[in-house]
Design a protein around this ligand. Structure first.
Ligand code: F6R
Length: 365
């Protein structure tokens, strides 16, 4: 049941504080130690790996991009992220020193499943991250880590995405520790911060009413842009996908610094630009990017961290997420995007849970 919510999507958005913690607890003990003994990613095996592929489709692919960011940052191992339907047909370089991580909420997406089988044939070790116990992908992989998001009914994925991020972060922290790139104290600190997300996500959800208001003014627009730098760009990709699939408003996500290399020609009076500016080290650069689009008439909505300076005066609207480590800001900014997409779709009178032309699990090629 929808538990009093108008749509499953909204219910699932609100379940995130709880399922993030539930997923963490499934793999972390009371002393903040990560438990991955059963998946066979031993120190010896990891030391022998020289490349990781993350393979997925759609929202899971977007989660994979963040997985690459954090895995490379913490482990210094090369990671490539591939769309399953591309990976399968381009003869990727895989051998027994490759770890392939397939990400799939349903565990049934055909392209992802086939990519898994190909990878195994080529000698790679395959780890699956999925939300469905006993799914095809979970049965075929060498090992499985489950997300504990609970059933996701709405076609637009929300809680599956954030719980996939949780697992990817835990894998990155555990991996970095095993290969000697992260001390056990720092690993524990990081894990503790992940547990802090429950409260911070809950606080971010309090913006729903404001997002509902703002959405009403935007539904007449034909096109929008989502911007960000670094991790913020990866969140922009998922924000744009969310709003496209349920609000049917065209949008594109761009790295903030890339816009001026062509696409800024599309910025005109009133065009909404949603920009993530949660990365402290990139804040000044992002402010310049905001000024560039403002000067061309854009309506700028920014997502920044509490305490970020000089943002308000250059934007039309700012949503402040709670203070958090830069690497974890993506868990909070995506909440704003999900609620924004949801309210755009509601304001347009769309069937939020069953958007046109889409199926929950894609079992055709
Ligand atoms: C978007 C969405 C899809 C899925 C994609 C992969 O909100 O839900 O893009 O993420 O079809 O599905 P899974 O994760 O089941 O393999």
């Amino acid at each position: 049941s929808k538990g009093g919510y108008d749509f499953f999507m909204l219910k699932e958005i609100y379940e995130q504080p709880e399922v993030i913690t539930k997923t963490l607890k499934s793999r972390v003990d009371e002393n903040y130690n990560i438990k991955f003994e059963d998946i066979g990613l031993t120190k010896e095996l990891l030391e022998n790996i020289n490349k990781i592929y993350i393979v997925a489709c759609g929202t899971a692919y977007n989660a994979g991009l963040i997985g690459k960011y954090i895995l490379e940052k913490l482990t210094r191992i090369r990671v490539e992220v591939d769309i399953a339907s591309e990976f399968r047909y381009r003869n990727p370089i895989i051998d027994d020193k490759t770890l392939v991580i397939v990400l799939s909420q349903s565990g049934e997406t055909l392209d992802t499943f086939e990519a898994l089988k190909e990878s195994k044939k080529s000698g790679a070790k395959v780890l699956a991250i999925t939300n469905v116990v006993g799914s095809s992908i979970s049965r075929e992989a060498d090992s499985v880590v489950y997300t504990w998001a609970g059933p996701e009914i709405a076609v637009a994925s929300t809680k599956a995405y954030t719980t996939q991020l949780v697992i990817l972060y835990l894998i990155a922290i555990d991996y970095a520790q095993k290969v000697g790139k992260l001390s056990s104290e720092n690993a524990k600190e990081f894990v503790k911060e992940l547990f802090g997300l429950e409260e911070k996500v809950a606080k971010t959800l309090l913006y729903e009413k404001e997002l509902e208001e703002i959405s009403k003014h935007i539904i007449k627009q034909h096109s929008m842009f989502y911007l960000g730098r670094g991790l913020d760009y990866l969140t922009a990709l998922e924000g744009s996908l969310k709003s496209k699939e349920i609000s049917y408003i065209h949008s594109e996500a761009f790295p903030s610094g890339e816009l001026k290399h062509g696409t800024i020609a599309l910025i005109d009076d009133g065009v909404p630009v949603v920009i993530n500016v949660t990365q402290d080290s990139l804040l000044d650069k992002s402010v310049s990017n905001i000024k560039e689009v403002k000067a061309r008439g854009a309506y700028v909505i920014a997502i920044a961290k509490e305490g970020a300076e000089n943002i308000e005066e250059v934007c039309d609207k700012v949503f402040y997420i709670p203070k958090v480590n830069d690497d974890l800001a993506c868990f909070l900014s995506i909440i704003i995007h999900q609620l924004f997409a949801y309210h755009l779709a509601v304001a347009k009178g769309n069937d939020v849970d069953k958007p046109r032309n889409l199926a929950k699990s894609v079992t055709v090629e």
